[in-house]
Structure formats: structure tokens, C-alpha cells
Ligand binder design. Structure first.
Ligand SMILES: *[C@@H]1O[C@H](CO)[C@@H](O)[C@H](O)[C@H]1NC(C)=O
Ligand SMILES: *[C@@H]1O[C@H](CO)[C@@H](O)[C@H](O)[C@H]1NC(C)=O
Ligand SMILES: *[C@@H]1O[C@H](CO)[C@@H](O)[C@H](O)[C@H]1NC(C)=O
Ligand SMILES: *[C@@H]1O[C@H](CO)[C@@H](O)[C@H](O)[C@H]1NC(C)=O
Ligand SMILES: *[C@@H]1O[C@H](CO)[C@@H](O)[C@H](O)[C@H]1NC(C)=O
Length: 261
């Protein structure tokens, strides 16, 4: 009998002192945070500078330079009445696409892909409601490369064949140049023929499942999840752990009681 009691006490002590390594699940939401508008400036906007300083948009910028589309865009920004609207995926949006969906495109395909991320016309955020009644809208890449826009009470989504990202922030928007961040790469079927494999988005984990250590790296302040959702996740997961600990304790106690009988 004494042995059983000691065993019981030991099990309880072990359970209660076992280290618990928990991480709150990362929140995948980007909060739309309007960047501070640049001071009223001369008409010329250096797109290379703009994309280097905002972001991180290095992957997109590299593609622009590599395909020479940066010249096309800069020329459109400099020399046209219509202006330009560019949808820029962040570096992490590019990282989400698993190879080989865009890794082995030809130079011409890459060029079309980059041109697909722009309209040869300036649109302010408030223009998207009207624009969405004109779907599908042709892009800079030409007639067959279209996007479907939706504006659901201010949530603007840019629909391509394989993705439907939202505009997560306005990087720059002063006629004639608009640059908006989108949270996925726009992928046309004409270039990417099969559905791309995306790295699984971090979903809110069920309470008792193993907790993934994979957390997206925060993007220079702007990509951070809102504080409130962080503490909600945190609260709910620690609550879940407490519950699972308690039922574990119950099971052991009942087991020990059965042994004693
Ligand atoms: C834009 O900025 C880049 C980087 O600072 C510079 O190399 C380039 O010459 C600039 N372009 C123009 C047209 O001023
Ligand atoms: C755009 O304008 C800037 C400033 O006037 C000029 O330096 C640059 O060469 C122009 N670039 C293009 C592609 O027109
Ligand atoms: C990509 O490259 C690999 C190896 O060269 C080739 O087998 C594959 O068909 C290519 N995919 C596309 C979409 O061109
Ligand atoms: C846009 O919507 C139309 C009509 O629903 C659809 O046929 C087309 O495939 C869509 N295009 C894109 C790029 O999502
Ligand atoms: C909740 O999160 C905060 C900061 O993210 C951390 O300091 C705190 O220890 C966490 N609490 C629990 C119970 O995980």
C-alpha cells in the first residue's frame, strides 16, 4: 500500500513539474496600415528607390530589374497622363510559393508575370469599387492577362487565376503613381499552368494538437499581428494546456485508485 502511495505522489509531482513548451500560434493576418503619406513632392517618383525603402520587396524589385520592366513602369510613371498602379507582393509572399511554380519560367514569361502586377493607369483605393464593376480588368501584360477586383466594404481583393490576395497596405498613392502591397503573388494560368503548391498557411491549431514551431518572420514592423489577437491566441492555448493537464491528472489518479483496490 505504501509503495502505491509513493508511486501516486511521484506521478503527480512529475506531471506538475514537466516542462511545457508552448508557443502561441502566429496570426497570419496583416493589418492594413496606411503608411505615412510622403510629403507633397515633385512629380517624379523613383520606383526603384520607393520599392527599396518600403517593403521588404526585394524579390519583386529583382524581377523588375532582371526583366527590364522597371524601365517600362518608370516610363509609364514619368511620361503618361494615365499613370500606373502596381501590386507588389512582399518577399514572404514569394517565399510562400514552393518551387517550381515560378522558378523555371523563361525570361518572357517572367516579364509577363511582372507586367501582370500592374495596370497602366493610376487608381486610388477609392477607385476600386467602380473598377470592380468592370471585371475582368486587363493588366499591363495585355488583354488575356486579367484580374478580377472586389471591394467588400473596404477590403479590396485582387483576383488572379491562382490567388486572390487582399491589398494589405498602401505603400504610395499620389496621382499618377500608386503602389499597393498584396499578400500573395498574382499568378495567371497562361504562365503558371498548374495550381501552385503553397506552403501551408499557419492555421489556428486545435487545442491538443502538437504545436508547430514554424512562425513567419515578422516584416519590419508593418507585418506584425495586432496585439489583441496575439494575447487571445496566447490565452486560449494556455487554457487548453491547463485543461489537458487536468484530465491527465484525473486519469493517473483514477489509475492509481484502481491499483490500490
Ligand atoms: C532611382 O534610384 C536608383 C537607386 O537609388 C538610382 O540608381 C537610379 O539612377 C534612380 N533613377 C532615376 C531615374 O533617377
Ligand atoms: C524619369 O524621370 C526622371 C527625372 O526626370 C529621369 O531621370 C528618368 O530618366 C526618367 N525615366 C524614364 C524611364 O523616363
Ligand atoms: C522546370 O524545369 C524542369 C527541369 O528542367 C522540367 O522538368 C520542368 O518541366 C520545368 N517546368 C516547367 C513548368 O517548365
Ligand atoms: C474573373 O471572373 C470571371 C467571371 O467569374 C472568370 O470567368 C474569370 O476566370 C476570372 N478571372 C480571373 C483572372 O480570376
Ligand atoms: C503570453 O504572451 C506574452 C508575450 O507574447 C508572454 O510574455 C507571456 O509569457 C505569455 N503567457 C503565456 C501563459 O504563455
Amino acid at each position: 500500500m505504501a509503495l502505491t502511495t509513493i508511486f501516486l505522489i511521484c506521478s503527480i509531482l512529475t506531471l506538475w513539474s514537466s516542462p511545457i513548451t508552448a508557443q502561441s500560434p502566429p496570426s497570419p493576418l496583416l493589418s492594413p496600415s496606411p503608411s505615412p503619406a510622403p510629403a507633397p513632392a515633385p512629380h517624379f517618383v523613383n520606383l526603384t528607390d520607393l520599392l527599396s525603402l518600403a517593403g521588404p520587396f526585394q524579390t519583386f524589385l529583382n524581377l523588375l530589374v532582371q526583366t527590364d520592366v522597371i524601365q517600362t513602369f518608370q516610363n509609364q510613371a514619368n511620361n503618361t497622363e494615365q499613370g500606373i498602379t502596381i501590386f507588389v507582393p512582399s518577399d514572404s509572399a514569394f517565399a510562400d510559393i514552393q518551387k517550381p511554380s515560378i522558378s523555371n519560367l523563361t525570361k518572357d514569361q517572367l516579364k509577363s508575370l511582372v507586367l501582370y502586377h500592374a495596370f497602366p493607369k493610376y487608381y486610388s483605393l477609392s477607385d476600386f469599387k467602380d473598377l470592380s464593376s468592370k471585371n475582368p480588368v486587363s493588366t499591363f501584360a495585355g488583354g488575356q492577362y486579367t484580374l478580377n477586383l472586389t471591394d467588400t466594404s473596404g477590403l479590396i481583393q485582387v483576383g488572379s487565376d491562382w490567388s486572390n490576395p487582399k491589398i494589405s497596405s498602401s505603400v504610395y498613392s499620389t496621382d499618377p503613381v500608386a503602389v499597393y502591397e498584396v499578400n500573395s503573388v498574382l499568378l495567371p494560368k497562361a504562365i503558371v499552368t498548374t495550381a501552385p503548391v503553397l506552403t501551408p498557411a499557419p492555421a489556428p491549431a486545435p487545442v491538443l494538437s502538437p504545436i508547430s514551431g514554424l512562425a513567419p518572420i515578422g516584416e519590419k514592423g508593418r507585418g506584425e499581428a495586432p496585439k489583441s489577437s496575439e494575447s487571445t491566441n496566447n490565452d486560449s492555448s494556455s487554457h487548453g494546456i491547463a485543461v489537458s493537464r487536468f484530465s491527465y491528472f484525473l486519469a493517473v489518479a483514477i489509475g492509481a485508485l484502481l491499483l490500490m483496490l
